[in-house]
Design a protein around this ligand. Structure first.
Ligand code: SF4
Length: 280
């Protein structure tokens, strides 16, 4: 009987090698195998499974373990280091420069961390770097940036000053350029926001100006820049003035009346900021 069993096992092994997962067996052979399987299971102290015909062959190789999801990490930030909310400027800038935490890292030329005086009283926040900013690694240097520079000068501030009295700091929600200047996604903004939050915590500006709907949405979770602009909001005790993004104003350059009226709205908002900072 054991010779028959051995022969049967060899046949099954050759089928298994050939990739055949199940075979039909005669009743006699099934009885032979059934007598063998409980004996082995008893040795292994494992429960007997329900029988099924045809008898399934054991898998040739163990099932592959599910692949671990890729680790999305910011190399500048590791568990061994301080938490981000305790970073000083040096660690923070290094973490931003090394960051790979969202897909925007793939297409960037430069990480645009932010520019200006770290002790500035006034902070401007836009949505993300554009083409020129990505090339130069400096915030707001394209056409919209030039318009913002003029606005800052008109307010009596200087974006190149290091004197906290008249200096500004300019940053964005995301530090790397979204492709084709699209808006940052929720995932990208969520990955990058802790950097901006730490920048604000270090600068402690007296007033923040939010430039456009995207900055308003991601920093304060509010929608409707047209409705919100010109009204004071709050970010952790800091007064926030939302206004239109300079790129929005540039859309009306060819329509003189509209351009003037939209610019006037922004200027009214900025005058409120100047009053708050008591420089009027
Ligand atoms: Fe990191 Fe922000 Fe750049 Fe995304 S956009 S890679 S979170 S620095």
């Amino acid at each position: 009987m054991s010779e028959v069993l051995e022969e049967l096992k060899q046949i099954l092994a050759s089928k298994k090698t050939a990739g055949i997962e199940s075979v039909w067996l005669s009743e006699q052979n099934r009885h032979l195998l059934k007598a063998e399987i409980p004996a082995k299971r008893q040795q292994n102290n494992t429960p007997e499974p329900r029988t099924a015909n045809p008898i399934p062959l054991p898998p040739l190789t163990p099932a592959p373990k599910p692949a671990k999801p890729p680790v999305v990490a910011c190399p500048g930030i590791s568990a061994a280091q301080l938490p981000l909310n305790q970073y000083g400027w040096e660690e923070l800038l290094q973490a931003m420069q090394n960051c790979q935490a969202c897909p925007l890292a793939q297409g960037r030329k430069h990480v645009v961390c932010g520019n200006g005086c770290p002790q500035a009283r006034l902070m401007f926040i836009g949505e993300g770097p554009g083409e020129e900013e990505d090339k130069q690694g400096i915030a707001f240097v394209g056409r919209a940036g030039q318009m913002l520079t003029h606005m800052i000068q008109a307010m009596g501030f200087d974006r190149n000053s290091n004197n906290p009295k008249d200096a500004v700091y300019i940053a964005n929600i995301v530090k790397c350029r979204p492709p084709k200047n699209r808006n940052p996604s929720e995932q990208e903004a969520a990955a990058c926001l802790p950097f901006l939050q730490r920048q604000i915590a270090l600068i402690k500006p007296q007033v923040i100006v939010l430039l456009g709907a995207v900055a308003l949405h991601f920093l304060l979770k509010q929608t409707g820049i047209t409705k919100c602009r010109g009204n004071w909001l709050d970010y952790q005790g800091i007064p926030v003035m939302p206004t239109f993004h300079p790129a929005y104003l540039l859309r009306f350059e060819g329509q003189k009346n509209l351009f003037t009226s939209e610019k006037r709205k922004v200027w009214n908002d900025l005058q409120q900021v100047m009053a708050k900072l008591k420089i009027c």
